[in-house]
Design a protein around this ligand. Sequence first.
Ligand SMILES: Nc1nc2c(c(=O)[nH]1)N[C@H]1C(S)=C(S)[C@@H](COP(=O)(O)OP(=O)(O)OC[C@H]3O[C@@H](n4cnc5c(=O)[nH]c(N)nc54)[C@H](O)[C@@H]3O)O[C@H]1N2
Ligand SMILES: Nc1nc2c(c(=O)[nH]1)N[C@H]1C(S)=C(S)[C@@H](COP(=O)(O)OP(=O)(O)OC[C@H]3O[C@@H](n4cnc5c(=O)[nH]c(N)nc54)[C@H](O)[C@@H]3O)O[C@H]1N2
Ligand code: SF4
Ligand SMILES: [Mo]
Length: 687
Amino acid sequence: MTNINSPTTHLGTCPHDCPDACGIQTEVQNGYAIKISAQKKHPIADGWLCAKVSPYLDRVYHPDRLKTPLRRIGPKGSGQWEIISWSTAIDTIKKQWDRIIQSDNAEAILPYSYSGTLGLVQMTVASARFWNRLGASQLERSICMAATRHAVRATLGARMSPPYQQVESSKLIIFWGHNPASTAPHLMPFVKKAQARGSKLVVIDPRHSRSSKAADFHLQPFPGTDGALALGLAREIIVSGNHNQVWIDQFCHGWPQFRDHVMTFDLHRVAKITGVKVSQIKHLAKLFVQQSPTMIRMGDSLNRNIQGGQTVRAITCLPALTGQYGILGGGLSCSTGDYFAWNDESINRWKHCPAPGRTVNMNRLGFELNNTRTKNPIKSLFVFCSNPMISAPKTSEIKKGLMREDLFTVVHDLFMTDTARYADIVLPATSQLEQIDLHRGYGHTYLGYNHPAIPPIGESKSNWDLMQLLSRAMGFEDEWLYETPDEIINGILKATQNDTHRLDNISLKTLKENGYQPFASEQEIPFSNGHFSTPSGKIELYSQSYEKAGLSPVPDWKMPSVDLELDPSKTLYLVSPAAHHFVNSSMANLDQLLDREKAPSVLIHSADALRMGIEDNKKIRLSNANGYCDRMASVSDNVRCGVAIAVNGFWQNNDQQTTVNWTTSDNLADVAGQSTFQSNRVEINLL
Ligand SMILES: Nc1nc2c(c(=O)[nH]1)N[C@H]1C(S)=C(S)[C@@H](COP(=O)(O)OP(=O)(O)OC[C@H]3O[C@@H](n4cnc5c(=O)[nH]c(N)nc54)[C@H](O)[C@@H]3O)O[C@H]1N2
Ligand SMILES: Nc1nc2c(c(=O)[nH]1)N[C@H]1C(S)=C(S)[C@@H](COP(=O)(O)OP(=O)(O)OC[C@H]3O[C@@H](n4cnc5c(=O)[nH]c(N)nc54)[C@H](O)[C@@H]3O)O[C@H]1N2
Ligand code: SF4
Ligand SMILES: [Mo]
């Protein structure tokens, strides 16, 4: 007989939107999780968890966890609820949807989900099968890194970042618009090992970040000018004769056009655009050619820009000039997302579904909710794994849409988020400790299985359990809507094994036993076979796909138009990067982490503050045509002049405060329907 008091250990994987996808383990005693830690042998987690997930049990057992379904009984957003049973909740949803489908059609229902969990079952499949079967609107999932994916694929054919471990062999590491000390923390030990052996770290970021503290050289361009900086660097490398012509001739397509184009980016012009001195650009160009192998680690903030696609293309072309692709420690690191693709049909089941509904860009949620001119307006919104009132742009429009009396909104979450507050029905969701899943880190090359460690808290249900309830209510009989999570994982693994050799030694059984398994070796050097899966089979300095799409085929940078309504003497760029202690808005309701992140503030350079008469710790308003956000000023020299920084993720907490996304626009980038959070300017006024 087992002793009920002895703890059991359950292997899992961190589900959050973070490239590290750490292997975790939970100790459970008498059905209660008593400790969470990193798996010691997990090659990336290496026995330690980040600041945000270390106190995870506080999140799992938080008194504010939703425990039952709720129905709105007051005006929208009033916070007045009654507890209802699951069967009443599902019945209400079914009745509303039947009505909507009859009067409009299923396209009038929009499922909106994103990165609460990155699991294959609870995110990917739960966002696909039921909704496809229903014929609901499709969601263009372009809030995060769609332009990067598009631009890197156009240039290299695939996003094949080298495993973190290979950074140890780099002589020069460039964090470009990236702050991994906060956002990919398990990369840092590999970088530190390289530095201990004499490698140099360059950080390109308008602010001082936790990562720039470790830098040997820090360049601080204006936000959104990185494309020009990359093209200026390219020019400098070429005119100084330090490019590798033999390599370029063999592996690149469109060299003459690229070379001629970058010649227009002379360093004086580039210095004026970027605010970086000519001498600094020259110094970086020198490091770039002297310190081979060079690895550029590119952050996604760069693609959240109206020229996001062209910016990423310009940066992706740089390592090609000195032949860095295909060598150990060289190249571009951004995502391992294209090592293989999950078999699409096994996820979506398109063949058994009606024609997909129209596609709604998630960055235009507010616009679409208020779009009465369309043939088919959104009548019902179903949000899970996302908190668009905080994370999506142009909050004023989203709020206006959510307040629509004729919109039937359901939110499934662990907490009463700022989005859930506007729902008609709120449903309680399980945490990672309460659900099965499979994960694939986008920073490394391991799959990680997640065993549930504890039973669901209260009456909470996982996303997939909820999809099954909805399928049954809507009368769907297809057996693939009712598979267990393990059956789903097994089916997708098997279907994908027919498409790729990468999963040859991986099975559901081995994953469950080991907790994680590699799908590529740490020694594999991407592109070392010299093949790039672009139309030319080469690195496309001149992109044929961009040409076809009517975009500049060579990476370009143009001066964006300036918002004439803002007073230039009071206007700063506003950058809203990731917080150290939250993942997007997740975890931003935990007191311990809020205390450590400190009160929401906006960082302003002392010269700007002096010029505008702003003092440290005074309340200021950041405003533009989209709206405003009030913050305490934090005056220091930790950001370049002309730029303000307000980290993203803080909650509004019943409208007690506004967030940065009240000022961001829903304009889309040049490619892939990408969000443009970082193309933002605000006027600053004392309150
Ligand atoms: N702790 C924590 N970790 C996270 C997240 C989180 O919210 N918190 N979010 C996760 C997600 S979803 C993502 S996509 C990643 C994002 O992780 P990162 O790619 O690191 O993104 P950010 O923190 O947005 O921006 C990184 C740095 O880029 C700078 N930056 C912003 N705009 C520009 C620009 O135009 N040019 C240059 N050169 N620099 C610029 C910012 O000042 C910031 O210091 O992190 C993931 N990990
Ligand atoms: N201004 C500005 N805005 C940004 C960014 C920026 O840099 N600046 N970054 C953008 C980026 S990169 C991203 S990826 C997006 C992220 O935006 P979102 O995907 O909306 O991420 P979160 O805000 O963390 O909201 C996730 C929600 O899912 C819930 N959740 C967690 N696990 C589960 C689960 O298993 N089931 C269910 N039903 N719910 C769950 C969490 O409690 C949380 O409320 O934000 C974007 N917003
Ligand atoms: S958030 Fe990232 S670093 Fe932290 S535990 Fe999860 S995967 Fe690891
Ligand atoms: Mo993201």
